[in-house]
Design a protein around this ligand. Structure first.
Ligand code: PLP
Length: 380
């Protein structure tokens, strides 16, 4: 079955009533066949039919043995870090979502877990930084917010050679463009809040897992800690998945047009978009991403903090907001918004300049987006 067909049908088989979409099961608990006997579901934290339907679809489209849905993307990242113990080491990409940076450095480190960040687009840097106690290699490709491209298959090989797990935050690439487990990763993670939900009305996260034993361990942590996705969110996420491929194809096409426009704009110093041939990761992206380069674009202005701030405050159709991946285009300044949890010096050292702007290209008509951007770049 092709991606779209799986997204529509797997996990969505009609139930006893013949309903062609899964019902939203709100029940917190389930009647059991007998004391000490367990039915298919017993308590909604441990399993819920609506959540299960979404997890089944997600595992099918990303070639996993199973998937787990969480109350947020960060809850999914946290669940992975809970596999580690004192003395373990996380090696993570430098181009990293601010919330993951905070979780690794300010929560995981409380348990005595060491964290090192490296530019994972440079495989020699990964090889040099991996240690005997590295238990987890964590990468994003494309990275947030610099859109760096990391070779997933090569990282899987390095991680496994050193006895570490490879987890890929696949939020920006989506299951349509990249399926990390097929490239050797152990875990693929999503902020479902973004492209999978797709309409800025769901907060959720997910892990898709390659191996039964690892799945069992992660399920244990999820059930023990409890940050599961709620039934309504599970329903909306499953619905989002059905149109994901069509949305992504259209959003990627518009993003290519917008990236070309920005690249030729006199006020723009540099465009970071893996679809541009000048992007250092373009060749790897061509192999690793199927049929598009994503719909996230970052760009640097010929301006400082205040100049970038004025541009993001001047667009009208493109809304000023964090988050991404939805039908409406969103713009933000990482220095003051999505990556504000970094110490400014560390942020700049990690390549996130004050003049950087991040754009999530939505489903509006491309001409309206170009006009809006051009106006903001001229006026601000
Ligand atoms: N990973 C990436 C790449 C993100 O962009 C985000 C949120 O912006 C997250 C993880 C965290 O997800 P959530 O906000 O759903 O907790």
């Amino acid at each position: 079955m092709h991606f779209r067909t799986k997204a529509i049908h797997v996990g969505n088989e009609p139930d006893a009533t013949g309903a062609v979409v899964p019902p939203i099961y709100l029940a917190a608990t389930y009647a059991q066949p007998g004391a000490g006997e367990r039915g298919a579901f017993d308590y909604s934290r441990s399993g819920n039919p609506t959540r299960k339907a979404f997890e089944t679809t997600l595992a099918a489209v990303e070639s996993g043995c199973g998937a787990l849905a969480f109350s947020s993307g960060m809850a999914a990242v946290h669940c992975v870090t809970m596999l580690l113990k004192t003395g373990d080491h996380i090696l993570a990409g430098r181009d990293l979502y601010g919330g993951s940076f905070r979780l690794f450095h300010k929560i995981a480190d409380r348990a005595g877990i060491d964290v090192t960040l490296v530019p994972t687009e440079d495989l020699d840097a990964v090889r040099a930084a991996i240690r005997p106690n590295t238990r987890l290699l964590w990468i994003e490709s494309p990275g947030n917010p610099l859109l760096t491209i990391t070779d997933i298959a090569a990282c899987a090989e390095i991680a496994h050679r050193h006895g570490a797990l490879l987890a890929v935050d696949n939020t920006f690439a989506t299951p349509v463009l990249t399926r990390p487990l097929e490239l050797g990763a152990d875990i693929s993670m999503h902020s479902v809040t973004k492209y999978i939900g797709g309409h800025s009305d769901v907060l959720g996260g997910a892990l898709i897992v390659r191996d039964e034993e690892l799945f069992r361990q992660l399920y244990f942590v999820q059930n023990a800690t409890g940050a599961v996705m709620a039934p309504l969110e599970s329903y909306l996420s499953g619905r989002g998945l059905k149109t994901l491929e069509l949305r992504i194809r259209a959003q990627c096409q518009t993003a290519e047009t917008v990236a070309a426009f920005l690249a030729s704009h006199p006020r723009v110093r540099r465009v970071l978009y893996p679809g541009l041939p000048i992007h250092p990761g373009h060749e790897i992206a061509k192999n690793q991403m199927s049929g598009g380069f994503g719909a996230m674009i970052s760009f640097e202005l010929d301006a400082d903090y205040d100049g970038a701030k004025r541009v993001v405050e001047t667009t009208r159709i493109i809304r000023l907001a964090v988050s991404l991946g939805a039908v409406e285009s969103l713009i933000e300044q990482p220095a003051s918004m999505s990556h504000a949890s970094y110490d400014p010096e560390v942020r700049r050292a990690n390549g996130i300049s004050d003049g950087l702007i991040r754009l999530s290209v939505g489903l509006e008509h491309p001409d309206d987006l170009l006009e809006d951007l051009d106006r903001a770049l001229r006026l601000a």
